[in-house]
Design a protein around this ligand. Structure first.
Ligand SMILES: N[C@@H](CCC(=O)N[C@@H](CS)C(=O)NCC(=O)O)C(=O)O
Length: 88
């Protein structure tokens, strides 16, 4: 199922780690969906309580929370996480 493989990144404006994560996806041809929650404090609070993670970005792969940019990179580098490549 496409949605299961999907990379979703919750972001906000003026967020360096959000930009780094998106640049990483783009340069590695990883399809992702960005949800900008700059103006959605309710969604931010919901994410914080669900993931226990206090910063943005918050990245989900196949519905599973993988952390922010640095946490995702650690998992990729250790082999714990493999990102789905873009179909295009
Ligand atoms: N280790 C995290 C650090 C993320 C981080 O520090 N994000 C900043 C914005 S770029 C943040 O959310 N700071 C807390 C805040 O603005 O409330 C990552 O790589 O994603």
């Amino acid at each position: 199922m496409i949605e299961k493989c999907m990379v979703i990144i919750y972001t906000k404006r003026y967020c360096v780690f959000c930009v780094l994560a998106k640049q990483f996806f783009e340069s590695n041809f990883v399809a992702y969906k960005e949800i900008d929650i700059s103006n959605n404090i309710e969604k931010l609070n919901q994410l914080k309580s669900e993931t226990g993670f206090m910063t943005l970005p918050q990245i989900f792969v196949g519905g599973k929370f993988v952390g922010g940019f640095t946490e995702m990179m650690e998992k990729i580098n250790s082999g714990e996480l493999k990102l789905p490549a873009s179909a295009s």
